[in-house]
Design a protein around this ligand. Sequence first.
Ligand SMILES: C[S@@+](CC[C@H](N)C(=O)[O-])C[C@H]1O[C@@H](n2cnc3c(N)ncnc32)[C@H](O)[C@@H]1O
Length: 244
Amino acid sequence: MKEVVRANFDDSVSAYEAYERRTGRFETLARLLDAELRARADARLRTVVDAGAGTGASSRVFAAGERTERVVAVDVSREMLRAVGRGDGHPVQADVDRLPLVDGAADAVAFTASLFLVPDPAVAAREAARVLGSEGVVGATAPLGWVTADGEGVFASLERDSRSPTGADEVRAALEGEFDVATGTWRFATTAADVRRFHAIPAMAARLYPRLPPDERVERARELLEPLSGTVEQRWLWVVGTLS
Ligand SMILES: C[S@@+](CC[C@H](N)C(=O)[O-])C[C@H]1O[C@@H](n2cnc3c(N)ncnc32)[C@H](O)[C@@H]1O
């Protein structure tokens, strides 16, 4: 499963960057998560682990934080990591289930749109708890789907499931197992065109057509989403936790 996720993201760099340039969605998620983390840590986040850093959209946000000295940008995809900007984070190819830090070395571990991609988020949650000092904070965001103006799930009407390896409920439960958590939902007004752009990313089209090769699954997703029009709301769960 992890090998498939890694390969999917290795194939996704240009489409991912195109989507991010257009929407800024991942940077926005990181900004909102960063604010929640800092609100619980008196802004003393000297070492931040960007767990599932991708191309560094989230690393850049954490690196810009007041008093942050070091961002460790961890990702399984070497190709995604190549795009991390100099000065935004120290890229390390590693699995969030085995973070390359000693016990208590981090002030924050942030999973911006990444914890829903691991098969068992409880393992990564334990690993986050291990590398955090006693005052440390953890944060995660996970997709809750897309809703049309009628309040209907986009994929229900298209008679297709959009599945992550792990659901948002499991992400929350995993963090609740290790931390005292607060959670909520962020809602973004977006368009049918952006839903199509999102699924032009091979790793995201894999949510709809996991068994097809990258080009084919992107094409099938494009065909599926062609009839969609108008405004669509995108929802993300956020979870922030402190050690009990
Ligand atoms: C949707 S991207 C988010 C990237 C970045 N945080 C951002 O906000 O743009 C998810 C990233 O998580 C990474 N990922 C998935 N499973 C992982 C794992 N087990 N360990 C480390 N990284 C992982 C993927 O390779 C991908 O780059």
